[in-house]
Design a protein around this ligand. Sequence first.
Ligand code: PNS
Length: 161
Amino acid sequence: MSRLAVVPGSFDPVTLGHLDVIERAARLFDAVHVLVVHNPDKPGGLLRADDRVAVIEKAVAEAGLPDTIRVAKYSAGLLADYCAEVGATALVKGIRSHTDLVYETPMAIVNEHLAGVETVFVLPRPQNAQVSSTLVRQVIGLGGDVSPYVPPAVLEAVQRR
Ligand code: PNS
């Protein structure tokens, strides 16, 4: 049986930490959907959803990640509904800290309850342990260099804005 996992997130913008999680998901599962989802609790505001999808597609290709990875956006409803629609059995999330675990645990429980979808947590490599989209947006906003934290596709997208 082919196993499909979803790696969901705001990805505004995708970071090297996200790419690490996506790569691990691709090693664990037969196919992976990276899903750009609107998070009403996050202001976002760096890239539009379509641009986030395009940037992730480019970053995945440039990093030489497997072609079992597909990138899409979803704004039609619950993540659990998307998983049921596409037949995904798992979500894969990165956990950098205790704070991430506290944030992710209720969502993992609800998604299992709603659609029987298991959440698999993976730990970051040390060099990515402190990287977040929030930090990247802040550094970009203040004119700093984010090249150690994001793939080149993000730098290009930010320059094009
Ligand atoms: O990168 P983020 O912002 O931490 O990702 C959070 C996200 C988008 C995965 C989460 O907010 C989510 O799953 N939103 C979809 C709506 C939904 O299903 N909400 C209930 C989750 S328990």
